[in-house]
Ligand binder design. Structure first.
Ligand SMILES: [Zn+2]
Length: 367
């Protein structure tokens, strides 16, 4: 999963026809093709919005989002090269054809393994919102010009919102944060690591209302950035929008070492947030925005099902109705996988290293 930046250096529009990602050694094996409507949904002018066609305006830069996969067990290419077909309305210059095919962007494939981590939450009914892949979500589409470079920190980010047993995100008045199922749930360290940034003290936003007081510094709300190492590589986990005062209550501050499963704070609705949720991602630098998103896998979870659609999700959040589920969605235990957009997953009811037991009188499973 990555992005191609394309530049139209001519003073007339270039209509993109297709983009093929192929193994460059040996050349020719095509790993992915985008064309027609699929190309249109995976293309945007830089800073622009999706149109019905993939057209790069005069002197414009655009982004093409790619998801290249190989069959399980087969060789992963070391380099990918891209064949791009596009057309100008007429020959842009003497000797230059209107229809052009170019081989571009011979790119090394990263051999950094995806981080395998413990879940940042416990309990059931967590909905993966704005998650990976296939569609260009608000996370994936956030190409941010910061510190003299373009960054895509939220490439693999997930917004976790929780439903109760009836499928509702909240009861009664949604503008009271306490009525949301997920508000106040413990957020836990996904790995043994070092806290390199900890911000607390920002107020809760009112759910389902536009957030207020947002700056580049407060966009993640109360948050933690944790540095951890795996297989000789360094990763940074971001836990954002945490409840005011919850980091302080958990004793979390910059410079503190934490263990896997240790509480970092509580799920909240601070910063650029319109509903209580945990924004979680892993990236390559200790910065919520000026960094690039890296893939990660949760060591264990149970896939309960999938929301019917993004529209069904929005409806359940806006109206307070039960979330509609997709029929025949896959279910079952998952190990070392990244949940996909709209998946509904159950994490263990206890933090890593603690087994659930039955309470003596209620017979409920407790940690
Ligand atoms: Zn998010």
């Amino acid at each position: 999963m990555y992005e191609l930046l394309v530049t139209n250096s001519r003073a007339m529009p270039a209509a993109l026809k297709s983009v093929e990602a192929m193994d460059s050694d040996p050349p020719g094996h095509v790993a992915e093709v985008l064309s027609g409507a699929t190309l249109a949904t995976h293309f945007r002018p830089l800073g622009g919005t999706q149109g019905s066609n993939a057209v790069l305006g005069p002197s414009q830069v655009g982004v093409i989002w790619l998801d290249v996969s190989v069959p399980e067990g087969s060789r992963v290419p070391q380099h990918l090269v891209h064949r791009i077909r596009f057309s100008y309305p007429e020959a842009p210059a003497p000797g230059v054809p209107a229809d052009i095919v170019e081989m571009v962007a011979n790119t090394p494939v990263s051999d950094r393994p995806s981080a395998v981590i413990a879940p940042p939450l416990s309990g059931q009914g967590w909905v993966d919102v704005n998650g990976c892949c296939a569609t260009v979500t608000s996370h994936r589409g956030a190409v941010l010009p910061l510190r003299n470079a373009l960054h895509i920190p939220e490439r693999f980010a997930i917004d976790f919102l929780q439903i109760g047993s009836g499928g509702h995100f909240y009861t009664d008045d949604p503008q009271n944060v306490n009525n949301w199922r997920s508000f106040g749930e413990p957020v836990r360290a996904v790995s043994h690591g070092l806290i390199v940034e900890a911000v607390d003290g920002l107020p809760e936003q009112t759910p389902l209302r536009p957030p207020t007081g947002i700056t580049l510094q407060s966009v993640a709300g109360n948050h933690v950035i944790e540095k951890f190492e795996q297989n000789g590589h360094t990763y940074y986990a971001l836990y954002a929008h945490l409840k005011k005062g919850s980091l302080a209550s958990a004793g979390i501050r910059r410079g503190k070492t934490v263990q896997t499963g240790q509480e970092l704070g509580k799920l909240g609705n601070t910063g650029n947030s319109t509903a209580p949720h945990l924004h979680f991602h892993v990236s390559d630098k200790p910065d919520a925005l000026a960094s690039d998103g890296l893939p990660y896998e949760f060591s264990s979870y149970f896939l309960r099902g999938r929301a019917l659609s993004g529209r069904a999700l929005d409806y359940a959040i806006d109206k307070g109705t039960s979330l509609k589920l997709a029929p025949h969605a896959p279910t079952g235990k998952r190990r070392n996988q990244l949940p996909l957009n709209l998946d509904i997953i159950d994490f263990s009811s206890c933090p890593v290293g603690i087994s659930p037991r039955l309470a003596p009188f209620t017979k409920k499973r407790i940690c």
